[in-house]
Design a protein around this ligand. Structure first.
Ligand code: XIL
Length: 365
């Protein structure tokens, strides 16, 4: 009897072990063994945009496993970071930098000057009138010095100026309040202040639709002007808010070639691949619009990601970083932009932080 029970127990144990193995190996085929950062270690760091919400739980685990760089999604923009002239809100930005230091991740600072998410006080005097150019440049200087010096040695690169080129192809610089008050001078000044505050930080100009030939030419013109004027600029960030339709491979290659010809570093700073065609203007949601992530969309998206990363690998001498804008399809800024009420699925990980078909296309080479 004793031996009978003992062998039954052994059998049961063996059965349990086998079942355990089966579960484990099915998980292993679904879960990546390595991170994007490991697959791409001989190419470039792979980063991700984060907020405080992602610093805990399953998304934090995924960040640590997959990425070796982070960009604060909102925490370092002037509006959230500097809500009143004499008050900064450091908690969120500090938490991200601390998380990065604790986990040996690089940090890209984003951003020092933008026409969006600006604090209310910035362009106004106490009496509500518009500030002069001198006052605005002084405020810009003080902001940049305070922020860049606080994170000196912890932030290796800054998006200094974001999106200064106009959307309208007939215009050159965007007609923002920065431009209205300072003319084009604010751009060079921002780079000069940032360089003075931290001479070792790499300084970037960052923009979107950087592969569209007409905008590419205008961005190139601006970058060339800055280089010719010896403004301390190190690189250009291509945001990479792309879609199933664009950019095409020739457009992407032409853009990388043209920007690199100025001797600038190039980074992809905000990569995502929308399942909807590009639209900048907000519109009402059409009643017939489905936001399902169909197998066909997943296939097209995987093919698009595969092409992008094949090109990135070809340009490893030019590209010094590729950063995704958000961690997984659980949350993407594109869920509400430019249209609220439809879901987007633009990233390499699904809503449960599992790798999508696109992930495997990116890491198999
Ligand atoms: C977006 C954030 O993801 C959103 O949470 C926020 O509401 C608006 O800004 N280009 C940029 C980023 O440079 O800062 C933007 O981030 C996306 C477009």
């Amino acid at each position: 009897m004793k031996t009978f029970f003992a062998s039954r127990r052994r059998l049961a144990t063996a059965g349990l072990l086998l079942a355990g193995f089966a579960v484990l190996s099915s998980q292993q085929t679904a879960a990546p063994k390595k991170g994007l950062k490991d697959y791409y270690k001989d190419y470039f760091p792979v980063g991700v945009a984060v907020g405080r919400a992602q610093l805990q739980g399953p998304e934090a685990a995924l960040i640590k496993q997959q990425f070796n760089s982070v960009t604060p999604e909102n925490a370092m923009k002037m509006g959230p970071l500097h809500p009143e002239e004499n008050r900064y809100f450091w908690a969120d930005a500090d938490a991200i930098v601390d998380f990065a230091q604790a986990n040996k991740l690089r940090v890209r600072g984003h951003n020092l000057l933008w026409h969006e998410q600006t604090p209310r006080w910035l362009f106004k005097n106490a009496d509500g009138s518009r500030v002069s150019k001198d006052v605005l440049l002084k405020r810009l200087h003080d902001h940049i010095f305070t922020v860049v010096k606080r994170y000196q040695g912890k932030i290796y690169a800054w998006d200094v100026v974001n999106e200064a080129i106009a959307d309208n192809p007939q215009e050159f610089l965007r007609n923002s309040e920065w431009y209205q008050i300072c003319g084009d001078e604010f751009i060079a000044k921002a780079f000069e202040y940032a360089h003075e505050a931290d001479p070792k930080a790499q300084l970037f100009y960052n923009d979107y639709n950087t592969e569209r030939p007409e905008k590419r030419e205008r961005i190139f013109k601006l970058l060339k002007q800055l280089k010719d004027a010896k403004v301390p600029i190190d690189g250009v960030g291509l945001q990479g808010h792309w879609s199933l339709q664009e950019p095409t491979e020739p457009e992407l290659r032409a853009a990388l070639d043209q920007y690199a010809s100025l001797g600038l570093k190039v980074q992809i700073t905000e990569l995502d691949v929308s399942i909807y065609p590009w639209e900048k203007d907000r519109r009402a949601k059409r009643p017939d619009e489905s936001d399902a992530y169909t197998p066909e969309l997943a296939r097209q998206q995987a093919a698009q990601y595969k092409m992008f990363f094949r090109v990135f690998r070809d340009y490893k001498k030019v590209l010094t970083g590729v950063t995704f804008w958000n961690v997984s399809d659980k949350y993407s800024w594109l869920d509400t932009y430019p249209v609220a009420g439809r879901k987007n699925y633009p990233l390499l990980f699904d809503q449960n932080q599992q790798p999508k078909q696109a992930f495997w296309e990116v890491v198999q080479f």
